[in-house]
Design a protein around this ligand. Sequence first.
Ligand code: SAM
Length: 284
Amino acid sequence: MANLGIPRNTIEILQRYHFNFQKKYGQNFLVDVNVLDRIIAAAEITREDCVLEIGPGIGTMTQYLAESAREVVAVEIDRNLIPILEDTLSGYDNVTVINEDILKLDIRKIVEERNGGEPVKVVANLPYYITTPIIMGLFESKVPLKSITIMVQKEVADRMQVGPGTKDYGALSLAVQYYAKPEIVANVPPNCFIPRPNVGSAVIRLTRYDTPTVRVQDERKMFSLIRASFNQRRKTLVNGLCNAAELRLSKERVTGVLEEMGLPPAIRGEALTLEQFARLSDLL
Ligand code: SAM
């Protein structure tokens, strides 16, 4: 099968199948062989690996993955792409395509069935409109994972990687950094896709920690505190937390704990490290 990373081969397939792009599914197909090589190299795929691909599109990256992995499971929501994938992936016997919404799928079950519950690698050029729910879903539902190597909007990649005190720092940075080590491996301009997206993109690799970097008694509680602190970015941490009714915290209590931690009462959430959020959660 022709390499779909070459633009004219992708165009030929799109025309042959009279494919109509569905904006609602975030369809921007990658057409750059160098970027495809970079993604495969960054994901360090070997013949031992079982790879989960989210949104294979017409199968461009799936072909690359099938060449280097033991097995690939690709989950695609758009049923119009299924006959195309049957065609473009017909030369591979190690690919399974599942026509489903990734957000509704029991991924742990798939990993159990396909890889005996052993950790898989996730590789994807993600549909940008659901980047955060996909990543958080993978981490929070404790899907056995080695790494996640994904193309995302550049801004979102930055948010995952930064530390406290920067404008991009927020709940996503903390959540990702709790579970994994993030590294941006490539910046990718809009002209590497058909059609071109309106935003810049980046490939980021998230390498799962065996155990989270910080210890906290109640993970869920810490993340509720984090979300409440960044909900009202311009407010102080005390106000952010006390305004979140579900947390049922009084000003005195939060101020007291901040004092115990040696932090000023007017501090904002964006100044706290993950370790400090963990301590705050334990003390509260
Ligand atoms: N992997 C292909 C490539 O690199 O050319 C396509 C990437 S495109 C950015 C995102 C893909 O995700 C599309 O094929 C789209 O139909 C699919 N998609 C969108 N929402 C999805 C969902 N909820 N579950 C599974 N696939 C989805």
